[in-house]
Design a protein around this ligand. Structure first.
Ligand SMILES: Cc1ncc(COP(=O)(O)O)c(C=O)c1O
Length: 386
């Protein structure tokens, strides 16, 4: 099947559709968008200006600036316990979004299957289709805290299975996999000789004193894991379009080849600023203060939603999403109704796969007062919807 035909198979994004609808209501509170409401910290913006003045206005190597890959190697070693050679194991990408497609395209062959714990980030399924593979959703549910079990993963493995696509902390559920849970996934991967693509873009947003674990750092996983990360969420740099990949040299070589033909390289001055940001202690401080604010909002929205009798809600451990169940109601109809009647935009859970049905994804990327206002608007219109 040609790429054009595969693109026809990908349904339009439910998130985009909701935003189009929401634009009709100027007073709408949007809890739909998955991006930080903070601006990029000032010192990082200054580094971008400095880069322009220094002449970072040309193409860079296809794999990204050497200075950024070097800084990333240090970060991966100290924060993720991943040993990566800047010249062989690391490449800089145009956001994590593109990195996901590059990663799948690097090894998936036509018809091979990728296991994806569901609900899942919309790009993950689409990227498998673009790469010519077949996405197999492995359902998780609220009673299990949306964690993936090794039994359900093993059950889904067939002769065609080639990889597992992991995302912890998770979009849309906010679930954080513990070291033990990751070890179980690693055991399945090793036993069935599967690759793991680990999307870790929310690694900096983990709450309650827990910390993020990279599956590539676990025994037997270094060579079979493609780790994907980004500056978007940790540094509030979504518009800079800057991500990165750590992987084995053969995969990096192939992904760099594809990036070369797609966009030559990520933006030069953004790369310079990111490299400087990694070496500047102010960046860590900025991330930490955003994390603390998100955790406060998480606590607030969790307690507000628990107050709605019809909703079932589990407390997310990371990212900036909460994923309440809405008591068996149709999530598409429900989100349209609260948009029309309460002017609150949320994303229907079924946009994130079959296991998301009957849920809503709420992004707490607005201040707490707005969360309060949104929930009281929803409560007001609820009797007319039920
Ligand atoms: C799980 C996940 N991965 C990747 C991305 C894309 O990140 P980037 O802005 O780096 O392309 C997002 C963005 O929402 C996301 O939620």
């Amino acid at each position: 099947m040609s790429l054009s035909e595969r693109l026809d198979q990908i349904p339009p994004s439910g998130i985009r559709r909701l935003f189009e609808l929401a634009s009709r209501y100027p007073d709408a509170i949007s809890l739909g968008i998955g991006e930080p409401d903070f601006d990029t910290p000032p010192h990082i913006r200054e580094y971008a200006k400095e880069a322009l003045d220094l002449g970072y206005t040309h193409y860079t190597p296809n794999s990204g600036l050497q200075m950024l890959r070097g800084a990333l190697a240090g970060k991966l070693r100290s924060e993720n316990s991943i040993e990566a050679d800047p010249d062989r194991n690391i490449m800089v990408t145009v956001g994590a979004n593109q990195a996901i497609t590059l990663a799948l395209a690097a090894f998936l062959r036509a018809g091979e299957e990728a296991l994806i714990p569901s609900p899942c980030f919309v790009t993950h399924k689409a990227a498998v289709t673009i790469a010519g593979g077949s996405a197999v959703e492995v359902d998780t549910d609220e009673s299990g805290g949306f964690s993936i079990s090794s039994e359900s993963l093993s059950r889904a493995v067939t002769k065609k299975t080639r990889c597992i696509l992991l995302n912890s902390p998770n979009n849309p559920t906010g679930t954080v996999l513990s070291r033990k849970q990751l070890e179980e996934v690693a055991t399945v991967a090793v036993e069935h000789r599967l690759r793991v693509i680990s999307d870790e873009v929310y690694e900096a947003l983990v709450y309650d004193g827990n910390s993020h674990v990279s599956i590539a750092s676990l025994e037997g996983m270094a060579d079979r894991t493609i780790t994907i990360n980004s500056f978007s969420k940790a540094y509030a740099m979504t518009g800079w379009r800057l991500g990165y990949i750590a992987a084995d040299p053969a995969s990096i070589e192939k992904m760099v080849k594809l990036q070369m033909y797609l966009d030559a390289c990520p933006v030069a001055f953004a790369q310079y600023a990111a490299a400087k940001a990694l070496g500047d202690p102010r960046s860590r401080k900025a991330t930490e203060s955003m994390r603390i604010e998100y955790q406060k909002r998480r606590d607030r929205i969790y307690s507000l939603l628990r107050g709605i009798r019809q909703f079932g809600v589990s407390k997310p451990g990371g990212a900036f999403y909460i994923f309440p169940g809405i008591g068996g109601m149709d999530d598409l109809r429900f989100s349209e109704q609260i948009l029309e009647k309460a002017h609150v935009a949320v994303v229907p859970g079924s946009s994130f796969g079959a296991a998301g049905k009957g849920h809503l994804r709420i992004a707490y990327t607005v201040p707490s007062e707005k969360l309060e206002e949104a929930v009281s608007r929803i409560e007001r219109v609820l009797p007319g919807i039920l």
